[in-house]
Design a protein. Structure first.
Length: 277
């Protein structure tokens, strides 16, 4: 029987990519392949920036290529999801060339969601550790749990003085989760949903106390490992399919409309004037 002389192209190991991304994410993985990704800023609550924005898009691809991963847990540090913003990062990009603005504001924005949906081939769990923005990434997970103080809202449309078009995926996710009429009211009138309301509406699966939410995420992940590897991965393909169809069809349009409005109104990036969590 002939023997191939070709070698497999190496893929980054967990140790390699966890080191590469450590400035933005703390990662751990157990012997069964459950990988936990915890967003952080100097080991404290997340400070959202275009640098973080780029890192998270690249991270999903690295995790997806590692076939030793079996279940993903996605969470953040402290008592907020994403509630602080590096305004220097956002405003400095407004002064960059159109090439750099495209790379960051269009390419990376699309890949944050698209890479999560298309590159990861294993069941996903998000543990929302508190309220915050940019929850669209976590909301696309197969299973979502949150703390009792979690509040769901989108600040785009009501951002002073003239608003931002809500095109980064939060509005699109809500159109799917609660239907267009409810999503329209939610967006136009800055509606907020509590953690329990999110469960009642089918947005969240469980509300868990903060000191127990990480343990609960791991409990759920271990439960998912009770089936065979092929069954687990194939079932994820069914779970993620509605999101893939939706975001393939409409997401680039949402991102483009937000960017078009930004150019017409000559608005700057960021949420420094929004209501704080």
């Amino acid at each position: 029987m002939p023997v191939t002389r070709r070698k497999w192209i190496p893929v980054e190991t967990f140790d390699q990519y966890s080191k590469r991304f450590e400035e933005y994410f703390k990662m751990r993985r157990d012997e069964n392949g459950i990988i936990e990704v915890r967003m952080h800023y100097d080991n404290g609550p997340v400070v959202w920036s275009y640098q973080m924005h780029h890192a998270i898009a690249e991270l999903w691809t690295a995790i997806g290529k590692d076939r030793d991963n079996e279940v993903l847990i996605f969470t953040a540090t402290g008592d907020k999801w994403i509630a602080q913003f590096d305004m220097g990062s956002f405003h400095s990009m407004d002064e960059q060339s159109t090439k750099e603005q495209y790379n960051v504001q269009i390419y990376d924005t699309q890949r944050i969601v698209e890479n999560f949906l298309n590159d990861i081939d294993i069941p996903t769990i998000t543990a929302f550790n508190g309220p915050g923005l940019h929850w669209e990434m976590g909301m696309l997970a197969d299973i979502t749990i949150c703390t009792p103080d979690f509040v769901l809202r989108d600040d785009h449309y009501t951002t002073p003085p003239i608003g931002h078009v809500p095109g980064d995926g939060m509005y699109l996710a809500m159109q799917h989760l609660i239907g267009p009429k409810r999503a329209n009211y939610f967006e136009y009138f800055h509606q907020e949903f509590t953690a329990q309301e999110c469960v009642d509406l089918g947005i969240m699966n469980e509300v868990v106390e903060r000191d127990k939410i990480n343990d609960r995420a791991w409990e759920l992940a271990r439960s998912l490992l009770k089936t065979g590897r092929t069954c687990r991965r194939a079932t994820h393909q069914l779970a993620v399919r509605p999101w893939q169809k939706l975001f393939t069809s409409d997401y680039k349009f949402h991102v483009a409309i937000e960017g078009y409005n930004k150019v017409l109104e000559k608005t700057r990036s960021g949420f420094e004037d929004t209501k704080k969590y």
